[in-house]
Design a protein around this ligand. Structure first.
Ligand SMILES: [Fe+2]
Length: 232
């Protein structure tokens, strides 16, 4: 699976390539947004590339409730056609199960901020859904799909920062221990150099990558490559 991952700050190189050479992205399977990007920017990318978009919202996007209320069945966001708001959801996509947790830790009461306890409740619900799906797979003799997570904030103590707004969520570690996702992509943590890779392997087998601006992620079997540029 090849993923174009974006977050937090628009990439001028990506915009240029989408405009002038969208065929460079012909082999990607989907676009994921880890939050805090303008709706217009995401629409421009998915309109140009004609690929599905999975997204969650960041703490600087205030459109959540208004958009969710107008979504049919609450499943699809109002971005360009085929987009899926993954917050608190687990959705099958090809050979993978896509999971999302939007927002940041609570720090000043604005939208898309969650206390540790509030996020833990959402994480638990998704965990239960996945464990049930795995039980059903086992009963039917099927192999369960590997899990790919997108979040805005990172897990606590992984790429996060000491100030209140940029602390990660402790409850994400519980999810990682129980569900063992293959890949975890997050935003929210800005890097001085957008072309720098910030990738951490968490035991037992979860690769955590900061998507800041734009990254290309290639997942083949259990091998994961994170490229720090918007094109391979
Ligand atoms: Fe953020």
């Amino acid at each position: 699976m090849k993923i174009l991952a974006v977050s937090d700050v628009p990439s001028l190189s990506l915009e240029t390539l989408v405009e002038t050479a969208p065929e460079r992205y012909a082999d990607i399977d989907c676009v994921v947004s880890c939050g805090d990007l303008d709706r217009e920017y995401l629409e421009f990318i998915v309109d140009g590339l004609k690929k599905p978009l999975f997204f969650i919202l960041g703490n600087h996007q205030f459109e959540t409730s208004q958009y969710r209320e107008t979504n049919i069945g609450g499943k699809y966001g109002n971005y360009a056609g085929g987009s899926t708001d993954l917050h608190g959801r687990a959705e099958v996509f090809g050979d993978y199960l896509m999971v999302g947790f939007g927002g940041s830790i609570w720090y000043n009461g604005k939208p898309n901020q969650y206390t540790e306890q509030a996020m833990a409740r959402i994480v638990k619900q998704v965990e239960r859904k996945i464990l049930l799906m795995r039980l059903q797979d086992k009963l039917r003799g099927r192999i369960s799909k590997e899990v790919i997570v997108i979040s805005h904030a990172p897990p606590a103590d992984v790429h996060d920062q000491p100030d209140m707004a940029h602390r990660g969520f402790q409850c994400f570690h519980h999810f990682i221990k129980r569900i063992k996702p293959l890949m975890w992509m997050h935003g929210h943590i800005h890097l001085v150099d957008a072309f720098k890779n910030q990738v951490t392997l968490l035991e037992p087998a979860t690769t955590v990558a900061n998507v800041f601006s734009c990254k290309m992620v290639n997942i083949a079997d259990h091998h994961i490559d994170v490229h720090s540029h918007c094109v391979i």
